[in-house]
Design a binder for this molecule. Structure first.
Ligand code: Q46
Ligand code: ZN
Ligand code: ZN
Length: 310
């Protein structure tokens, strides 16, 4: 890449079109860490001293998220320090040839960063694995897996007494989900889409500190920092429907840099407050497990019944 780093004059390795910024490797890292710190501040995601549990799947984004937390805690990047207690959790989904590898990646990442790591087998909580779901046929493995992951991560976070559950969703994920919810006019999901969801009884507060960092930025960050995500692909992976929205948004972003971030910020600032007013659904509790649910039995307990685990 031709050009010089704006901050140190060294050789630039990154060009960020939306900011017209050329940066060297180290200043790119500092730039991303500082942006995440600002996001945490702007959306009041974490207060000093809180306990944060990072959902660490072994994929690129979650590795980057935990690495950024370590940078913030170390105070190494000027103007970007944060005093909070961070631990990580990886779910053993029971997917042969995939789960063990992702756990290994997550474990060695935590070891390198000196972060306490929890591994939770979903079979122990749900009574079935994702391999069981797939071999039984019927429902798509990913949809069951999504429900189970959400439920188990929340349960673990609550039971271990954490204040926040942090996930690695990035700007491209959020913008694509937003567009897809617009297209299907799903007001309920739109009103719930947020970089920070407050907690309540038996519901941990969920935060997405990377939601203003693009996918290409997390990829560059991982590459520059030598982070090695799990290479194997989940055998049940299918292209999510949000992929086509990502492609469209990429086209827009190419023509008009910062489209994605302005779309998300505009939504959060002007549209979401109106939707929240219009959609104050009362959350109840599941009659079976007691965790929050919008109906008498939560979707996790319904799955357990379907898969004969209760
Ligand atoms: S792990 Fe689970 Fe993913 Fe595998 S079954 Fe689908 S959702 S693809 S991120
Ligand atoms: Zn530099
Ligand atoms: Zn339940």
């Amino acid at each position: 890449m031709a050009g010089r780093c704006k901050w140190c004059g060294g050789e630039a390795e990154v060009f960020l079109p939306y900011a017209r910024l050329r940066l060297c490797r180290m200043h790119f890292r500092d730039y991303v860490v500082r942006r995440v710190r600002q996001t945490i501040e702007r959306y009041r995601m974490i207060s000093e001293g809180e306990r944060v549990l990072v959902a660490l799947s072994g994929g690129k984004d979650s590795l980057v998220l935990l690495h950024i937390f370590s940078m913030l805690n170390s105070g190494e990047v000027p103007g970007a320090s944060l005093d909070c207690e961070v631990e990580a959790v990886t779910l053993d989904l029971g997917i042969r040839g995939y789960s063990a590898k992702s756990i290994d990646v997550a474990r060695s990442h935590c070891k390198k960063l000196g972060v306490r790591h929890h591994v939770v087998r979903i079979a122990e909580v749900a009574g079935f694995t994702i391999d069981d779901v797939a071999s039984r046929g019927g429902r798509p493995a990913c949809s069951v897996c999504g429900t189970v992951k959400r439920y188990v991560l929340n349960k673990v976070g609550v039971e271990l007494g954490f204040d926040r559950l942090a996930t690695g969703h990035n700007l491209d994920d959020e913008a694509a989900v937003l567009l897809s919810n617009y297209v299907s006019a799903n007001v309920e999901l739109l009103s719930r889409q947020s970089p920070v969801l407050p907690g309540r009884e038996r519901m941990i507060s969920r935060i997405k500190p990377l939601f203003e960092v693009s996918e290409s930025e997390t990829a560059m960050y991982a590459y520059f920092e030598g982070l090695k995500p799990v290479e194997e692909e989940c055998p049940y992976a299918v292209a999510p429907s949000t992929h086509r929205f990502k492609r469209v948004l990429d086209m827009l972003e190419n023509e008009a840099p910062a489209t994605k971030i302005s779309m998300i910020r505009g939504f959060l600032k002007k549209i979401k407050p109106l939707l929240e007013e219009a959609n104050k659904a009362l959350l109840k509790s599941c009659n079976v497990c007691g965790y929050p649910s919008s109906s008498d039995m939560c979707s996790f307990c319904r799955l357990r019944r379907i898969y004969g685990a209760m």
